[in-house]
Design a protein around this ligand. Sequence first.
Ligand code: KIV
Ligand code: NA
Length: 274
Amino acid sequence: RAPLSLPKLREMAQRGERIAVLTAYDATFARCMDDAGVDCILVGDSLGNVVQGEKSTLPVTLEHMAYHTRCVAQGRRAAWLVSDLPFGSYEASPRQAFDSAVALMQAGAQMVKLEGGGVTADTVRFLVERGIPVCAHLGLTPQRVHALGGFRVQGRDEAAAAQLKADAAALAEAGAAMVVLELVPSGLAREITLAHPGMLTIGIGAGAGTAGQVLVMHDMLGLTTGRRPRFVRDFTREPGSEPQAPGLSVAQAFARYAADVKAGCFPDEALHGY
Ligand code: KIV
Ligand code: NA
């Protein structure tokens, strides 16, 4: 498989081929999902939850992210590699964001992701003008969980939807090449996707109308305990199979995810959308 690049990802979107994204935090899982056909690997700050056992992403540091980015970069072959700027590493100024982004790029990232709406547009522009591709992140932004008051769907009422659309427009204008839309009503996510063809939309709990999909690896392997969010599917199980039926291997689950995203079978609007 030839390595993915931004122009190739854009071509895929233009052809209507959906982009399959998963999170990874180490070399072995990164290699496994890359070999299974996943297009893009995100070293998410969900690291805090699924690797470090923290209750939120707030304790994750730039050093942690750089370490895990390096681990994933060792296992990656063809997938496009995105790494999260953690809480506190980019909000103060474009200069602070640039210094933090450099640490992640030097660890092997090809693109950095940062959370927030129009207020981050100046920072996005600053990074893009200096050769650092940027993925934005709108809707439910977990680094702001305390300000948002919990993990719930964003952009539900008219004013919130208008704000989200304005944020998306500002980020596209600033040069964000990709945007994660998390916990956003399906119709709104589809609208944002169509409005900004130059900014690839990657949905999580945002319906089937985005350019791509992302899930946290541990969630889609059925390893996460506690309440499972509506948008998660356990890809180690055949849909509708008996609980005692043998499950799929990790490699098979990754391949199934990539195939189902591309075939448009995941997400299923009725089961996983809002
Ligand atoms: O940290 C993460 O895993 C993420 C994805 C859920 C988009 O930001
Ligand atoms: Na994240």
